[in-house]
Each structure stands twice: as structure tokens, then as C-alpha cells.
Design a protein around this ligand. Structure first.
Ligand code: PNW
Length: 472
């Protein structure tokens, strides 16, 4: 229970932005309407329902394609001034190759509805739903993908850039590259654990940089927007007294640094430690280095290509060196890190959900020190429930994490705002509809798909209105 004897009031700075987040495949439905071509998630869920907890899919989901006005209404009712959503690549570009005007119309309607309600759109270009056609050509394992991605981004800037001023190229490439190419989640036709993840990561970085340069050269002067990227980051703590501080710091460099270092570090390129590991591994394994080589020219091209860093934070971990015989994914094996949890961390209902608010604070300080205090927007943070409307655990989670963010901000981290994942309950990937992360429930069995505020929605409404909250 959360009875609280002496609470503290936390004040929220006047200009701090509050936002809520969703992604296209998880909410839109209309998977084959108005010319939309299939994404890998359509194919995967249709061909392999057994891989999804409740054998469901995103064919209809919250039906935001037809009910986007309900989403905007929900946002407005809470007082959010920003909405982070993603655009479905295969809806806007059929098979990744042909422009679909009806897809463009849909996002124009959504963007206009947001703006006329005083809500600023913040758009993710790619939240894991690559056109199946491009996946069949190798997806992000094929270097040509950067040209297709640039073509797509060009269409987005051309059509929406007059009104969209905040862009995120990618959402969580680490999760996506490991999931697709390492673990075979979502039907990548190229599954190559230990190779595919790194090819994917490499071409994500190149695609991201190309799109950043495209914007700066062709659109920025007129549109004056910002380009960032959303990375899923965690903090690590030593599992026991035997684990050295060096090991912990190195683990952060290896994992968080994979995507942070090339874009946000002073010298660019992959973390030195990561490169070293693969030099060793290729000698041991007698094969070509599995981490693609980043030339000096490419380092230069990728370095500094973000106006802000989007931080998606859910949890942290204890770390220790791997021991013989552990069953690990290839990335954990390559980096040599074994993860565990503290039995005192509050646990949610998915395997990954442990509440570690200190980890968010410590992560933000670590980024400030390591990457010269970049501008940061928290682009995801959220908690699971199993269907209850009085979601007190989520309220506590949000309070604790917001307090951690504001503390880091007071300690001079350049943080401009906080985004909750998610605005509405939605298709939670492999968990289907069995796990809920929305501050609004969605009546999935009703054709009207009503959005119903949970207790946490009302909490956030008060918090945004009063610019303060009470914490224990
Ligand atoms: C994110 N972790 O994934 C995704 O961006 C969302 O699409 C998803 O619905 C949401 O979180 C909830 O799962 C995660 O480090 C990535 O524990 C990493 C972690 C958790 C979630």
C-alpha cells in the first residue's frame, strides 16, 4: 500500500513539456486499407500467431486509423501539449517504393487535428514496421536500405514538414536489430545471430545520418525543425562486491554506447571497447569481424547528427561477467555481460518490467558526463498493468521516475520534457493484448473502441494543471 506519512512536494518547471506516446502498428489497425502494403509485423503475426501470447495481431488494434480524433480528444482532456506517434512506412510508401496519397492524407488529418487542438506533433519515422517487400530484400541488413529510407524521409519532410517540427528517425534500434536479426522476432528473412544485429545497427546509423543531412541541406532553412533519435537505454549496477567499477562502466559503454557513441560522442565511431571485442573475437573465431568497420569518413558523417537525444527508459539491471553455459542472445554473449534483478525492485507483469527510478537519474548523469550534456527529451517511460482501471502502481512509477528526471534536471542535465508510454492500451508486440501500458484503456471488444481514462490519466491531468505533485 502507498499510505504516506510525510510527503514532499515536487515542483515542475514552467516550460517542461509533457507528452504521451504511441506507435503506428500498435494502435492504427486498418492493416490493408486504402492501399497500405504489409509490414513485417503484419506478415509475422498472420503467419505465426503462435508467437504472440494471445495469438492476436494489430489488424484492428485500437483502430486509430478511423478513430484518431478520439486519441486527440484523450490527449487534450489531460492537457498534453505534445504527442509522439509514429508513421507507418508501408502505409505512406507502398512496398517502400511507391507513394500512397491516401496514407499521406491520413497523417495530414491527424497532424491538423493535433495542431488545431494546440498539441504539437512529434513524429517517429520508424517504429519497427518496415515494409515486408524491403525486408525480403534484406531489410536493414542490406546497405541499400539507407536509400529507401532517405526516399521515405524526403516524402515525410515534403508533406508534413511545414507543421511537424520534431522528428525522431528511429525508435530503439538496439531492441529492433537484436529482435529481428538476432532472435528472429517479427519475421526478418535474414536471421543471422551475431552478424545481422550489427549489420542492422550499422545501416540504421547510416540511414539516420543521411536523413539528418538531407533535412539540414534541403528543408531546415524553411522548416526550422529538429531531428533526433530515440534510444532504449538502461543503467547498470554491480551484482556484488566482486564486480569492479570498471566492469560496470565498460558495460554501459558497450551497450548504451553502440548507438550513442557514433552520434553523440566527440570523436564518433563505435565505442573503442566494442571494436576491441570484435578484433579479439575474429581472431578467436577465425572469421571476419562481425562488427562492420566504420571508416573515418563515415564516422565524420554520423557524428553530431542529432539535435536532441530521445531517451526511452523502463528499467535497469545488475551486471556481472557471463559464466560458462548461460543461455544468452548473441549480443549479450559478445559483450560478455550477464544481467540480473534485485528482489527488492518492484516488479511489473512482463519479464523486463522492474521499477528502478534511481537508474534513470544515474543514466542521465552518466550521459551528461560522457556525451557533453546533449539536449534530452524522455521519449518513453511507462509501466504495465493487467487491466485494472485504478492503476496505482503506474502512478507510483510515474511519480518516482519523474522525480528522478527533475532531480537530474536540477543537476544541470539538459532535459526538456517527459513522455509517457503509452497514451492508450495497444498491441504490445509479442505480449499481444495481455499486457497494458496505456493511461487510457481501450474497449477492444467494442466497435467504437472507446478510450477510457485510468486513474493515472486523472493523476497526470492534475499534475500538468498544477505543475507539481506529492511524493513519498
Ligand atoms: C518499448 N527494456 O520497448 C517500445 O518502444 C514500445 O513499442 C513498447 O510498447 C514499450 O516499450 C513497452 O514494451 C521496450 O529495456 C524496450 O526493458 C526496452 C525495454 C522495455 C520495453
Amino acid at each position: 500500500s502507498y499510505t504516506c506519512e510525510n510527503s514532499t512536494t515536487i515542483e515542475i518547471p514552467e516550460d517542461f513539456i509533457f507528452s504521451a506516446s504511441t506507435s503506428a502498428y500498435q494502435i492504427e489497425g486498418a492493416w490493408n486499407e486504402d492501399g497500405k502494403s504489409p509490414s513485417v509485423w503484419d506478415t509475422y503475426t498472420h503467419n505465426h500467431p503462435e508467437k504472440i501470447a494471445d495469438h492476436s495481431n494489430g489488424d484492428i488494434a485500437a483502430d486509430s486509423y478511423h478513430f484518431y480524433k478520439k486519441d486527440v480528444e484523450a490527449l487534450k482532456s489531460i492537457g498534453f501539449k505534445q504527442y509522439r506517434f509514429s508513421i507507418s512506412w508501408p502505409r505512406v510508401i507502398i512496398n517502400g517504393t511507391k507513394i500512397n496519397q491516401k496514407g499521406i492524407d491520413y497523417y495530414n488529418n491527424l497532424i491538423n487535428e493535433l495542431i488545431s487542438n494546440g498539441i504539437q506533433p512529434a513524429v517517429t519515422m520508424y517504429h519497427w514496421d518496415i515494409p515486408q517487400y524491403l525486408q525480403d530484400l534484406g531489410g536493414f541488413a542490406n546497405p541499400i536500405i539507407s536509400q529507401y529510407f532517405e526516399f521515405y524521409a524526403n516524402v515525410l519532410f515534403t508533406n508534413f514538414g511545414d507543421r511537424v517540427k520534431i522528428w525522431m528517425t528511429f525508435n530503439e534500434p538496439l531492441t529492433n536489430c537484436i529482435g529481428e536479426y538476432g532472435e528472429g522476432r517479427s519475421g526478418a528473412s535474414v536471421r543471422a545471430p551475431g552478424v545481422g544485429e550489427y549489420l542492422c545497427g550499422h545501416h540504421v546509423l547510416i540511414s539516420h545520418a543521411n536523413v539528418y543531412h538531407l533535412y539540414k541541406e534541403k528543408f531546415y532553412k524553411k522548416q526550422k525543425g529538429e531531428i533526433g533519435i530515440s534510444l532504449n537505454l538502461r543503467y547498470n549496477y554491480p551484482k556484488d562486491e566482486v564486480i569492479t567499477k570498471d566492469f560496470v562502466m565498460r558495460s554501459l559503454d558497450l551497450v548504451n554506447g553502440w548507438f550513442l557513441n557514433p552520434i553523440f560522442s566527440k570523436n564518433g565511431g563505435y565505442p573503442e571497447e566494442l571494436v576491441k571485442i570484435f578484433e579479439q573475437k575474429s581472431i578467436e573465431e577465425g572469421i571476419w569481424s562481425r562488427l562492420p568497420i566504420m571508416s573515418e569518413e563515415l564516422k565524420k558523417k554520423i557524428k553530431g547528427t542529432a539535435d536532441f537525444l530521445g531517451v526511452n527508459y523502463y528499467t535497469s539491471r545488475y551486471v556481472a561477467p557471463i559464466t560458462h553455459g548461460e543461455n544468452l542472445n548473441k549480443f549479450d554473449y559478445d559483450t560478455g555481460i550477464s544481467y540480473s534483478m534485485d528482489k527488492n525492485w518492484y516488479k511489473g507483469i512482463t519479464a523486463w518490467a522492474y521499477s528502478v527510478p534511481d537508474g534513470l537519474h544515474d543514466l542521465l548523469i552518466w550521459i551528461r558526463e560522457k556525451y557533453e550534456n546533449p539536449k534530452i527529451m524522455i521519449t518513453e517511460n511507462g509501466w504495465t498493468d493487467s487491466g485494472e482501471m485504478n492503476d496505482f502502481d503506474r502512478i507510483k512509477y510515474i511519480k518516482d521516475h519523474l522525480a528522478a528526471v527533475l532531480k537530474a534536471k536540477e543537476e544541470n542535465c539538459n532535459i526538456i520534457g517527459y513522455t509517457v508510454w503509452s497514451l492508450i492500451d495497444n498491441f504490445e508486440w509479442s505480449e499481444g493484448y495481455t499486457v497494458h501500458l496505456g493511461i487510457f484503456a481501450v474497449n477492444m471488444s467494442s466497435p467504437e473502441k472507446e478510450r477510457i481514462p485510468k486513474r493515472s490519466a486523472r493523476f497526470l491531468k492534475d499534475l500538468i494543471a498544477n505543475k507539481k505533485f506529492e511524493i513519498c
